[in-house]
Design a protein. Structure first.
Length: 134
């Protein structure tokens, strides 16, 4: 990127078991993140500012483990949590311009166990400014 360009990156995590509650919460999270990203991207476009919200699922951090010592069990052998490095990788990709085509969007990072449910939700909300990243 050239001098004077800037990225605004918001990271929003949710902590709830899979099911309708998660999808309801995810909708609020994505709607709020998308509104923030769209507005910031539009307002900052002339100054080279890009705005993307990253919405990971549960991230396995020391705080998460202190609150949930048994974590969240895998579903059908698929992990229900992310490692901090997974989120850091996507943040780095945003900084490096990998996701510039999605300026003003939400990059949803559902854990492997939640991908199908989240992909179904995203498909039923076309034009919502959401891209699933792994």
């Amino acid at each position: 990127h050239t001098a004077g360009e800037m990225h605004l990156i918001g990271v929003q995590e949710h902590r709830a078991p899979l099911g309708d509650l998660v999808l309801d919460f995810l909708q609020c999270q994505i709607d709020g993140g998308a509104a923030h990203s769209r507005r910031a991207a539009a307002e900052g476009a002339e100054s080279g500012i890009r705005a993307i919200t990253i919405a990971p699922g549960v991230v396995d951090t020391p705080l998460h483990r202190s609150m949930m010592p048994n974590s969240i069990e895998p579903v059908d052998g698929k992990s229900s949590v992310f490692q901090p490095a997974d989120v850091a990788r996507v943040v780095r990709e945003v900084i490096d311009g990998v996701h510039d085509a999605f300026n003003g969007w939400v990059l949803a990072m559902p854990a492997p166990a939640a991908v199908d449910a989240i992909a179904s939700w995203v498909a039923s909300h076309p034009g919502g400014g959401v891209k699933i990243v792994q």
